[in-house]
Design a protein around this ligand. Sequence first.
Ligand code: RNT
Ligand code: ZN
Length: 423
Amino acid sequence: MPRDGQIESAYLLARERYSELGVDADLALERLAGISLSLHCWQGDDVGGFENSGAALGGGLAATGNYPGKARTPAELRSDLDTAYRLIPGSHRLNLHAMYAETGGRAVDRSRLLPEHFSAWVDWAKEKRHGLDFNPSLFSHPRAASGFTLSSYDDGIRAYWIEHCIASRKIGAYFGQSLGTPCVTNIWIPDGYKDTPFDRKSPRVLLCNALDEILAEKIDPRHNLDAVEGKLFGIGAESYTTGSHEFYLGYAASRGVLLTLDSGHFHPTETIADKLSAVMLFVPGVLLHVSRGVRWDSDHVVTYTDDLQAVCAEVVRGDYLSRVHIGLDYFDASINRIAAWVVGARAALRALLAALLEPAALLRELERSQDYTARLALLEELKGMPFAAVWDYHCLKQGVPVGAGYMDLIRAYEKDVLLKRGG
Ligand code: RNT
Ligand code: ZN
């Protein structure tokens, strides 16, 4: 591994190269340090949660693999997260699901969850300076077994999930108030039909009314921001998904809530990068669920793909950093789960850095003067710029391992902690 002095020298040379293009690398790093990603708690235990109900993962979600050492308790999950955060430059948030409540061994109905069931998470977040985000959990539950929740024809089932979502917004507000940074509370439902339905309209009417009921109470946006997440299809809901993209785009725009764009929730050739500048004109903000679909919404660990780079470039080019919340959403149970967080988060930050290092003024000028030849040439040359030297220097300055050096700590933690956990 290079010594600190070498990393600094390499950075100084790189900074010079970027400044020739009119890019201030110091400023890019300062901006990068201010971006908080929301790490998804559910990578740590394969979307299991702590209700101990024995319910299998539902809602068409699938975590495959059986790598040893998954977190079995909130304390284990927090310890795993602490390890991951130590390896990711910057200061980051945590995204919790309702099924990660701590109810002291008593079964508490999801519709009855209260802020106090998350006080240990808040204490931890305060101590470690993490913001918190939240999600009601409308899957892996007997009342979701029919495949329908907020768009169910059954009034009792719908009412139950409405109550759960109302309770969730209050928990979100408690997070935001306690931590001094708004919580994004994101609603995703699995509802849909395996086979071709006759009536596509009625479930959507029910969902729209249910959401209106959930959002009826105004909550201070300094504490809680509501978001809604659509999807093209899920396993078991291949033919119809009530909460489609068009449904939620219309809903978010008309109700003034955030729209969640999950990179795995569209046709495989469709990218959310192109959607951002369109939807941001009409919704107050966007929550990104950064994921990596492989052939379908497979929720693979995020890597430094063209798609990730394109999404991050759009966030920066559009100057959306204050209105776009960046969360990760994937679950791979076939590799070390802490590494899964670290690899994905570092990839997202690297893509953001690449975007912050773009010679925006120059590229805009070329585009506006219709010099598409020079635009193409410059965009290609940028791919060979000494970007890695800037990233390494950032890791050094932020006190996290440079390069794959972070694997040392992960291996040690695996040996000392993860492998000592039972099945
Ligand atoms: C499912 C959605 C949703 C979930 C999490 C666990 O397809 O992407 O965001 O992954 O809520
Ligand atoms: Zn998602």
